[in-house]
Design a protein around this ligand. Structure first.
Ligand code: ADP
Ligand code: F6P
Length: 322
């Protein structure tokens, strides 16, 4: 293997830049040439590829977003297009590819290597932390801290005005962000797509909180879920019960910002390991972290399996509000 390429794909996440830096520097240090593919699979299929030198990744470790840009590329779902992509990689003399992204991006990576034989290693890069085979994904720690900072501020107002606030965090298909942010912010209730929820329970919980003299304020953390507008619908329903809830949709501020120290170290370790595995002849795997150890998981598993919410955390969040 003489040359490798790296790309970022799907929703960006804080820590993608430190991962690009680690991949570039560790590959260069092992005598490889390194190429950056711009705009994920969209750039790959049109050959938007630039060589990366050490100076290209200088001063990016502290920056959110991704210097390689990211995109969603529907065309890559077509096997003919994936074959064309493999030809483009060969034309550039690229012998292996590292894809940093969420489960969609890693599905594309799996199909590319299966169908064309191009060696591909994936890295979990998503704030959602919903990828099977890794405890932690690049960007998750940063989003926890960003959302937490916002909720701590909202709680000040909730306490001053003795109001209930519904705070919506990202997570279209998963409640990993909501579950952990909810615990860390001491939220009175956490609503996630994985756990059935009844409005009666919410009203009961608010009423019992007041009965226990815990005051009239409270934070309800809501994962956005698959159907837009959930949090506003919940607020409307609460209004019919005589509440006056405030609503805050945290939105895209969660995807940007400086990666935390944890995410920088995670991205650096995973980036360097991805190069090691690619050079050692591995393909069709994701490099992740399990119980603080670097681990690998077949991309096939990532395509087929979903990562469940940690049931202990769900139980804990309920226990701490009884
Ligand atoms: P994420 O990687 O953050 O989960 P997406 O699910 O939007 O984000 O996927 C990012 C990109 O990965 C898609 O736009 C597409 O290019 C590629 N991709 C996703 N699913 C597939 C698939 N089933 N087959 C091929 N490529 C896919
Ligand atoms: O990056 C993951 C994610 O933040 C999901 O939680 C969210 O549903 C989605 O991206 C929204 O991103 P976009 O609007 O770019 O599709």
């Amino acid at each position: 293997m003489n040359s490798i390429a790296v790309m970022t794909s799907g929703g960006d996440s804080p820590g993608m830049n430190p991962a690009i830096r680690a991949i570039t520097r560790s590959a260069l240090n092992q005598g490889l040439r390194v190429f950056g593919i711009n705009r994920g699979y969209s750039g790959l299929i049109i050959g938007d590829i630039t060589e990366l030198k050490s100076n290209h990744v200088t001063n990016i470790i502290q920056r959110g977003g991704t210097i390689l840009k990211s995109d969603r590329c529907l065309a890559f779902k077509d096997p003919i297009v994936r074959n064309q992509a493999a030809e483009i990689l060969k034309k550039h003399g690229i012998d292996g590819l590292i894809v940093i992204g969420g489960d969609g991006s890693l599905t594309g990576a799996h199909l590319l290597t299966q169908e064309t034989g191009i060696p591909v290693v994936g890295l979990p890069g998503t704030i959602d932390n919903d990828i099977y085979g890794t405890d932690d994904s690049i960007g998750f720690d940063t989003v926890l801290n960003t959302a937490l900072d916002a909720i701590d501020r909202i709680r000040d107002t909730a306490l001053s005005h003795e109001r209930i606030f519904l705070v919506e965090v990202m997570g279209r298909n998963s409640g990993h962000i909501a579950s952990q942010v909810g615990i860390a912010s001491g939220a009175e209730m956490i609503i996630v797509p994985e756990v059935d929820f009844k409005l009666e329970n919410l009203c009961f919980s608010l009423a019992s909180q007041r009965a226990q003299n815990k005051g009239g304020s409270g934070i309800i953390v809501v994962a956005e879920g698959p159907v837009p507008g959930l949090t506003f619908r919940l607020a409307k329903q609460l209004e019919t019960q005589g509440e006056k809830p405030g609503v805050s949709i945290l939105g895209y501020i969660q995807r940007g910002g400086r990666p935390t120290g944890h995410d920088r170290v995670l991205a650096s370790c995973l980036g360097a390991s991805a190069v090691t595995y690619l050079l050692a002849g591995f393909t069709d795997i994701m490099v992740g972290v399990t119980n603080s150890q670097i681990t690998t998981t077949p991309l096939q598993d990532i395509v087929e399996k979903t990562k469940p919410l940690n049931p202990d955390l769900v139980e804990l969040s309920q226990l701490l509000h009884k």
